[in-house]
Design a protein around this ligand. Sequence first.
Ligand code: LLP
Length: 433
Amino acid sequence: FGTAKINKKGNLSIGGVDTIELAKEFKTPLYVMDQELIETTIDKMKEAFQSSRFKTRIAYAGKAFLTTGMIKLVESKGLDLDVVSGGELYTAHKAGFPMKRVHLHGNNKLVNEIEMAVEYGIDTIVVDNEDEIAKIEKVCKEKGKKQAVLVRIDPGIEAHTHHYIKTSGLTSKFGISLFQENLIDIVKRLNDSPYIEFKGFHTHIGSQIFQSAFFIFALDEIFKYLDRLKKELGIVVHTVNMGGGFGVYYKNGDDPKPIEEVLSEIITYTEAMEIKYQIGFKELCIEPGRSIVGNAGTTLYEVGGIKETVGGKTYVFIDGGMSDNIRTALYQAEYEAGVVNKMEDTDTKDITLAGKLCESGDIIIQNGKLPKSTEIGDIVAVGTTGAYCYTMSSHYNRMVTPGVVFVKDGKAKVAVRRETYEDLLRNDEIFEL
Ligand code: LLP
């Protein structure tokens, strides 16, 4: 639960704010973001990366958690921002984020998204596939601009993570395989294009990766290729972006390496590769999402019922569910929970923490534990919900999207107000039947 503590009243307190008070004031479900934890995590990453001989950049992957306030925080900490859609790009632009620190991703960027990106003057477009090149050239030609690009390559490294969140391997939908013969022609084409400044390679091998060796394997493949590019075409790549994917703690048994150690390993290895191949590249980037916000998020729910089934399974029903956290249903994700005023009660029982939506798979915790004394009206906190929960929320069953508050130094600030039923009707039209 981030920097959470048990306060004098015996309640879980995050960022110095009592979670019982938060639940009362902002209603449940509620996403609580520990601002200080986000900030200190970013500081650790920056510190580890600054030790490099190369220029380094850290771009926050907005898909993990993006709101205007989060963008402001990312800006204030001096990070870049990785966006993956017109909506994310628009949010960043509206928030006044410096466009020269924005990178656009996506395996099917729409022409109007490319237009927005070029018009706003973003830093880099990460080219995902060959078809995209002509689209970028056309837009740049029309607008009389030149766009810097990286090419997303797929180094064919299959990281050990859930099948759905792997993004590399020979059948991946993302990027151009390093083993694709015409990759060299694609690079040549980009390098020769009058509308494009080819800056280098990008790779992202997956998410929630615990073994740093996979990042090293990927670097290895990339450097071999950079060597070939330099020797065969005389092309020297300026930037290598290693993507994100650094795993975080979710449940007992998870033992991620501290992020600063992983980043130091990446830097050390990159430096060794540079010494070996003498590529002359200048800039090393990463774009973490989950490792910046994952542990900083806690979701609060109220218990509405407890059901003991004849089959011996105990359900604890909460007032949210897969509409605010679809990760258990989608990836069999595992979480830990506690009752906020009974955090130290060790007399627990096996429970299934279930949502209120019309779907048997609407489960947040499949095999969890809560105190035997858990009762209706209790506030349950589920940890590590900072990444891919708010951003993956839905209106299934016309659930309203919960509010988001940032907590720090004993204060809670609303980052996103809780939706109302009226909000749900905002785009509905009444038409003649
Ligand atoms: N860069 C690129 C190009 C990506 O595709 C991703 C994540 C990231 C960076 C950030 O990865 P992170 O550091 O957050 O692992 N919804 C899934 C995760 C999907 C990740 C997609 N790409 C989940 O809830 O586990």
